[in-house]
Design a protein around this ligand. Sequence first.
Ligand code: ADP
Ligand code: NI
Length: 213
Amino acid sequence: MISPKVLPELEKKVREIFAGDSSGHDWFHLDRVRAIALKLAAEEGADPSLVEASALLHDLEDHKREIRPGESLQEVCQSVGMEEAEIRRVRTIVEEVSFQGAGVATPVSSVEGAVVQDADRLDAIGAIGIARAFAFGGSRGRLLYDPDDPPVLHGDFDSYRSSRGATINHFYEKLLLLRDRMNTASARRMAQERHRFMELFLERFLREWEGRL
Ligand code: ADP
Ligand code: NI
């Protein structure tokens, strides 16, 4: 359990850090992940304060971000007065969150980790997931789509991380795989409709691209 009195301070801090992000990892992503994670936590009997702190902090040291001075997980947690044991629990959860490639298993070691991972993955799919994928792709100079560049099902984290493929590929390399990789039954249910919406979007995108509309 995380002392609930640190949560408002933590929120303020991460809000400042993520405010200006235009790659799909803005403050509102953290806010949505927190809301979904807390809902799942209530259903799964996970510790809500640990889930909330981990949801707020889950992208701080993400491999896609550059860590600025004073903004490491350790520094942010210490600055709001979290204890070392609390920081360690959060670290374990956030280190287990990220997708690492189609062929790489990403097991979680706690129910709190399970719901934070599910919440982050739910926010990567559906209408919001589509918007975030193109925002991220644009922020990294990626093409929307390249018919000559087929998707790759990455077998290791390094090849996934260094991929430069078009954003449409990301749907086949990650986003369409997430529904079947949810940890909890409620997240799996929530993923169904979002998954279907992405399938419809892709079908339509390719139809328009190929002039079949
Ligand atoms: P994860 O740690 O599992 O990657 P994040 O919360 O960091 O989860 O979210 C990743 C976001 O970045 C998603 O919305 C995803 O669509 C987007 N993203 C990551 N890699 C790519 C990529 N190669 N192309 C387009 N979007 C990407
Ligand atoms: Ni995230």
